[in-house]
Design a protein around this ligand. Structure first.
Ligand SMILES: [Zn+2]
Length: 287
């Protein structure tokens, strides 16, 4: 665990709830909140069901100044926009609200990932990516954020982090062994998670290629592409391009779980042949 705040680099660190307190009393759920499932580490790796209430989960990763300062402000400004999504209410979400929600999703992903991390597990997210959120109030451009609407089921809250270390992307326009034209491949980690709270589902898909590439053509599997809405990063012609009318048609549980298990699949949508996405040590269960 980091000894200094992942955002400002200061200290001392406080033990804080990984999920904000206001969610606890404002989120619909069915079933027993203690049946809380987390897939640790690599996708396809061991699944652990925590016998605890996820709203009681704590993490020691940020300082009191951050927690009670900008992070608290982010909760308060995002809460009115998130509440209708948690409850599947009709709402129009303007672009500034989508940017707030993207920041909230990335922050919550980080808190949940660090709270669920095994003691010796490496943190796949570079310090620089957290600094972007701290300094600019938005997720790093190397992390894409998609949101959707799901049916309510006992599997909420749901958190499934995943990461793939040492993924090699071959540049498709350069033969792998053509040294004259520069490096033919870049290497990095892919990180992310699926987060499901109430009716709200979010997916974070980040990378550290060359420190973190802005990959605007990452996309969900085609079966859910029309229902998962990109809210970060957005650019001309990429993303909603205006207000989003909520809710989109709901995802089934099977679709949410398929999204959670398929982190690498998002990268197969890049204009690379499947052969161009390779791994040194393919995680068990990937193929
Ligand atoms: Zn701090």
């Amino acid at each position: 665990m980091a000894r200094t705040c992942i955002y400002c680099g200061g200290g001392p660190l406080n033990r804080e709830h990984a999920l904000p307190d206001w969610l606890k009393g404002n989120t619909p759920h069915v079933g027993d909140l203690r049946d809380y499932e987390v897939t640790r580490g690599l996708v396809g790796g061991p699944t652990k069901t925590l016998d605890s209430n996820p709203y009681e989960l704590k993490v020691r990763a940020v300082c009191g100044n951050c927690n009670h300062g900008w992070m608290s402000d982010l909760e308060q400004t995002t809460k009115p926009w998130l509440l209708p999504l948690l409850h599947q209410k009709d709402r129009e979400l303007p672009p500034f609200a989508l940017a707030l929600i993207a920041a909230w999703v990335f922050k919550t992903y980080r808190m949940m990932a660090l709270a669920n991390r095994a003691p010796n597990e490496r943190d796949p997210v570079p310090h620089e990516h957290d600094r972007v959120l701290y300094e600019q109030g938005v997720p790093p451009s190397a992390a894409s954020v998609f949101i959707g609407n799901s049916i309510l089921s006992p599997y909420r809250p749901l958190f499934r982090p995943g990461w793939h270390p040492d993924v090699i992307l071959w540049r498709p326009d350069e033969p792998p062994f053509d040294k004259a034209s520069g490096p033919s491949s870049i290497q990095g980690d892919i990180y992310g998670a699926t987060l499901g709270i109430g009716h709200f589902v979010a997916e974070v898909v980040g990378n550290t290629f060359d420190g973190g590439l802005t990959l605007l053509n990452i996309q969900p599997a085609s079966m859910i592409a029309d229902r998962m809405i990109r809210i970060w990063p957005i650019a001309a012609g990429i993303g909603p391009g205006g207000p989003v009318v909520w809710p989109p048609p709901p995802l089934s549980d099977d679709e949410v779980f398929a999204t959670a298990a398929g982190l690498m699949e998002w990268f197969r949508a890049l204009p690379l042949s499947p052969d161009h996405v390779r791994e040194r040590h393919p995680p068990k269960g990937l193929q």
